[in-house]
Structure formats: C-alpha cells, structure tokens
Design a binder for this molecule. Structure first.
Ligand code: HEC
Ligand code: HEC
Length: 229
C-alpha cells in the first residue's frame, strides 16, 4: 500500500514537473515569437557566437547583441526594464557625441514574461556559475577608480550618493541589480567570446585573474542602499 502511494505521488510529482517544464518552454518559445513580431530582431541578434569581426560590423549594429542575455542579466531586472526601459548607456548606442535618446520600445502585459523567459534562456557556456560573490572590496575599488580607471568610462555612485565617472561606457550604477556577477568576470576574462570587437580596453594581461575577481565583486556590489526601517 505504502509503495503504491509513493509510486502515485512520484508520478504526480513527475507529471507536475514535466508540465511546468513544458509550460516554461512554451512561454519562452511564445517569447521568441513576440520578439520577432515586435521587431526586436531588427536591432538585436540572439544567436551566438559573436558575429562582429571588424569595427564596421560593430558600428553597423543598431542594438547590443542578446545571444547571451540569460547569462548577462538578472531576471527580475530584465522584466522590469522591458516594461520601463530607462537608458543604460548615457550616450546613444555606438556614439560618443549624441546623448541616448531614451526611446527604447516598451513591452507590456503577457509579452513581458514571455520575452523575459525567451531571453533568460539564451545562455553562454563560457560563464562559470558561483565564482563571484558581490562584496565590499577595497582592492576592487582601488582598481576601479585608480589603478585601471574603469571609472573613466563608467558611471557609478560615489561619495554622498553622487553619480560620478565617465559617460562613454554603459552606466554601472546599480550594476549589481542588473548584471549577473559571474558574467562580469567572464566578460573581463573572455573578451573574444563576448566582445571580439570592442570599445572597452582588453584587461587580459593587465589585470591578474585575482584582480579581475576583485573588481567583479566590487562592481557586482553596486546596489541601491537598503532603506533603514
Ligand atoms: C531600433 C532598434 C531597437 C529595437 C527595435 C529594439 N531594441 Fe533593444 N536596444 C536597442 C538599443 C540601442 C539598446 C541600448 C539601450 C541603452 O543602452 O539604453 C537596447 C537595449 C536592449 C536590452 C539591454 C541590452 C544590453 O546589453 O544593455 C534589451 C534586453 C533589449 N534591448 C531588448 C529588446 C526587446 C525585447 C525589443 C523588442 C520589444 C527591443 N529590444 C527592440 C535597440 C533596439
Ligand atoms: C576606455 C573606456 C573604458 C574603460 C577604461 C573601461 N570600460 Fe568597461 N566598457 C566600456 C565600453 C565602451 C563598454 C561597452 C562594450 C564595448 O563596446 O566594449 C564597456 C562595457 C563594460 C561592462 C559591461 C556593461 C554592460 O552593461 O554591457 C562592464 C561590466 C565593464 N565595462 C566593466 C569595466 C571594468 C571593471 C573596467 C576596469 C577594469 C572597465 N570596464 C574599463 C568602456 C570602458
């Protein structure tokens, strides 16, 4: 009798798990359809590996590549951003002189969850999981603002909550809410995989693996201060 109950229970559990997995997959594939129907694919490519070979390829792109979106972004952030896309890059994509026009298309309703699932399913095997723990990190901080001044090109929140830093790279304000910590490290370590042609300097050979880890932890810790209760 006990065996029978256990067997029944596990069948039910298996059934539920399979249904949920199928539903997730269905939502992701529905998201892929929305992505195509809404014209997202006109500006973003979603199949890796990286296609850019020359600086002209890079400049011809209308939007960032999304083939590793599931490894790069945090799911909660992605869903919110698709509903209310605030500028990430201070400057217009691919430009150093024109401001970001802040005109990214918005999604709403069921499209948000479907497209989020679709994008979160696009992952790269080149991002090792569980390596980077966000942390206050004096070494990382020193690298960020002094040694390799990342801050020369990236905005971040400095003393007295002032937004400081350069404007040529994507803003890293709240990068710890937006980016997967492990992706930050992979991005610094494997430029050939993620940005074969890039405006950002390559730090391989300039920063040791340990320092890459330090600076990744530091950036992954860029989060809004918790409100005191
Ligand atoms: C006209 C071109 C264009 C279209 C159409 C477009 N995007 Fe974008 N997308 C951009 C640009 C440019 C950026 C960079 C925005 C920024 O930095 O603020 C961007 C950024 C993004 C990002 C963040 C990527 C990153 O690496 O920072 C995601 C996710 C995204 N778009 C998804 C979508 C989805 C989903 C759609 C369809 C509803 C869509 N985009 C339609 C041009 C476009
Ligand atoms: C000379 C300017 C410059 C410097 C210095 C620089 N970056 Fe960047 N960074 C960029 C640009 C531009 C991009 C956008 C991708 C590209 O075009 O290469 C970028 C992208 C990034 C991204 C991905 C952000 C996103 O949303 O896609 C991270 C993380 C990052 N940089 C971290 C760093 C760190 C850490 C340092 C210091 C070790 C650093 N950067 C130094 C210009 C710079």
């Amino acid at each position: 009798m006990r065996h029978l109950i256990l067997a029944t229970l596990s069948t039910v559990a298996l059934f539920a798990a399979t249904t949920m997995a199928t539903m997730g997959a269905a939502n992701a594939s529905a998201g892929g359809d929305v992505f195509a129907a809404k014209g997202c694919a006109d500006c973003h490519y979603t199949q890796g590996p990286a296609r850019e070979k020359t600086i002209d390829d890079q400049l011809a792109k209308k939007g960032p590549e999304l083939w590793y979106a599931g490894s790069k972004f945090q799911k909660d952030w992605l869903g919110k951003w698709l509903t209310d896309p605030k500028p990430i890059r201070p400057m217009k994509f691919g430009s150093l002189t024109v401001e970001n026009p802040a005109d990214h298309p918005k999604l709403s309703g069921g499209d948000v969850a479907a497209v989020t699932d679709f994008l979160m399913g696009l992952t790269s095997a080149d991002v090792a999981a569980g390596k980077v723990k966000p942390k206050k990190n004096p070494k990382g901080r020193q690298i960020f603002s002094k040694k390799m001044p990342c801050s020369g090109c990236h905005q971040y929140v400095g003393r007295k909550k002032k937004i400081m830093g350069g404007r040529s790279g994507p803003s890293l304000v709240e990068a710890g809410v937006r980016l997967n910590p492990d992706w930050i490290l992979a991005y610094l370590q494997k430029p050939k995989v993620f940005k074969p042609v890039k405006m950002m300097p390559v730090f391989v050979g300039l920063l040791s693996d340990k320092d890459m880890l330090n600076v990744s932890r530091y950036v992954a810790n860029f989060k809004p201060k918790k409100k005191k209760k």
